[in-house]
Design a binder for this molecule. Structure first.
Ligand SMILES: [Cu+2]
Length: 129
């Protein structure tokens, strides 16, 4: 076996490693995923909460953030004061007025550290007493 034949077989492996480095996600800047919320996703609660909180797996950008609560008729009902916790940049919240029983949609939009825009939604229900 000569050096030349070794080099020849090593080339495809190098190409594969290069391809993998392009395809695999970068480990340093994570893509944001919502990991927790209050109220909990799809939960039924007894009383109108004071605010809605969402947490992501990593801190998110302070720009372009949005968090809205929408009733079953499609009307926005939150106080439009969505904010990001200064000491925990993975946490967003918006305050809401006293809401009547019903099912509500929460919609969010944030920018990940990897610069991707992440949007999502979930529901919670305030039960009729
Ligand atoms: Cu991403």
């Amino acid at each position: 076996m000569t050096l030349r034949s070794i080099n020849f077989t090593a080339k495809p492996l190098l190409g594969l490693a290069l391809l993998a480095s392009l395809v695999l996600p970068m480990p340093v800047f994570a893509h944001a995923i919502m990991v927790k919320s209050q109220p909990v996703v799809d939960s039924t609660i007894a009383e109108s909460p004071k605010q809605v909180d969402v947490w992501f797996n990593d801190k998110v950008g302070s720009e372009y953030k949005a968090l809205a609560v929408i009733d079953s008729a499609g009307k926005r009902v939150d106080n439009k004061d969505a904010a990001q916790e200064t000491f925990d940049q993975s946490h967003l919240y918006v305050t809401i007025p006293q809401l009547p029983p019903g099912t509500y949609n929460v919609r969010y939009r944030v920018v990940s550290l990897d610069t991707h825009i992440v949007t999502g939604k979930f529901k919670f229900t305030i039960k009729t007493p």
